[in-house]
Design a protein around this ligand. Structure first.
Ligand SMILES: *Cc1c(COP(=O)(O)O)cnc(C)c1O
Length: 373
């Protein structure tokens, strides 16, 4: 009853478009279950679209992807003090290294396994999250060069993450990043992948592309920019959240709808029950906010409070044309007439990222090849 259709052609198209736009390698970020699209589904489509590598935030997510049969180059960068890098080495997962302790732990794990572990340095250039601080770079890179010579490690890349705090701040971060890259080269290490831009900078700032970009939301066809739509960026939203009508009821004027009767029907109409609710990531805060769905190609309003498992649509004018099982689209590609996810994000004062990643586990992710499965 609850389906997130994931368009594989859309993800492939988006990744190809980013490759054409940048001319370099593309790393596609599939953390948080592929931004809610299904990590393995997203990873396979991204690789088919030409991604050189996929990435997750943490090692657990990366190991799960290996368990799903994804054997492409795979990077992860957010580690707790008890992260087991031996598992990473055994599974050929590249570790994003942010400090000396992680470097030593990785080298020790590699030495025990007799393998040479690939890694990429994550440096902080101003975001103030993880990533090695500038005063740590010199010692960190010198030690890595030693461990490379000993045959335990191979430094494959270096990266940093932008604060998206405007062009001037981006340029200042890039200047610091350039210093880090120069310092790494000074230590005798030539990184293969050099990457700073995530989706926003990839789409707006060619001077920040280096030889690789690292994109999440754009690969799923969503815009990271408040003032540009997916279509304006040449991207296709990959997720269509859909359900179906499971009950239809004609009601007289004055009928109260759902908990608290915060909606009362002004005229006689027909109400359709749709079995998706806030447990599935449909925000309860949409109550009375004027959000709509598409039913039989028409825009129809969501009425009354959203429950944990279900919500109600006023389908009055369509009633004669509908039967149980009629599809209801909650959001999808506006170019195909579906509500854009940005309506929900706007009503909730948040970003499309938070909506898409919050789609719950009861919603079945269904990869689709065609346009309209
Ligand atoms: C999540 C994340 C990304 C992807 O960001 P988008 O804005 O979705 O492209 C890139 N790099 C890092 C370090 C991240 O944490």
């Amino acid at each position: 009853m609850r389906v997130a259709e994931i368009s594989l052609p859309a993800i492939r198209h988006n990744v190809r478009r980013i490759r054409e736009m940048t001319g370099g390698a593309v790393i596609v970020v599939v953390k948080a279950d592929g931004y809610g699209h299904g990590a393995a589904i997203a990873a396979e489509a991204a690789l088919a679209g030409g991604a050189a590598m996929v990435a997750t935030a943490d090692l657990e997510e990366a190991l799960a992807l290996r368990g799903s049969g994804i054997d492409a180059p795979l990077l992860c960068w957010l580690h707790g003090p008890r992260a087991d890098f031996a598992e990473a080495v055994a599974a050929d997962i590249e570790i994003g290294v942010s400090n000396l302790q992680q470097l030593e732990d990785l080298a020790a794990a590699a030495a025990r396994s007799g393998k040479r572990a690939p890694l990429q340095f994550k440096v902080d250039t101003g975001l103030s999250r993880n990533g090695a601080a500038p005063e740590e770079w010199e010692a960190l890179f010198a030690r890595a060069a030693e461990l490379e010579r000993d045959g335990h490690l191979r430094v494959r890349g270096i990266f940093s993450h932008l604060a998206n705090a405007g062009d001037e701040n981006d340029r200042a971060q890039a200047a610091r990043f350039d210093e880090a890259v120069a310092m790494l080269r000074g230590a005798g290490i030539e990184p293969e992948m050099i990457h700073l831009a995530a989706s926003a900078a990839t789409l707006t700032s060619p001077h920040l592309h280096y030889n690789t970009v690292r994109v999440g939301v754009a690969a799923y066809g969503l815009s990271p920019l408040a003032d540009r739509t997916s279509a304006q960026l040449g991207l296709i939203p990959a997720m269509t959240l859909r359900s179906e009508i499971v009950a239809l009821r004609g009601v007289p004027a004055g009928t109260g709808v759902s908990y608290g009767f915060n909606h009362v029907c002004e005229t006689a109409t027909t109400l359709a029950l749709v079995p998706i609710g806030y447990a599935d990531g449909m925000p309860r805060a949409l109550n009375g906010a004027g959000a709509w769905v598409t039913v039989a190609g028409e825009h129809r309003p969501i009425v009354g409070r959203i429950g944990m498992d279900q919500f109600i649509v006023d389908v009055g004018p369509l009633a004669g044309r509908l039967s149980l099982g009629e599809p209801v689209v909650l959001f999808g590609d506006p170019e195909r007439g579906h509500p854009p996810i940005e309506i929900w994000a706007g009503l909730l004062h948040t970003i499309n990222y938070e909506i898409v990643v919050g789609i719950g586990p009861r919603v079945l992710r269904v990869p689709v090849e065609g346009d309209d499965a």
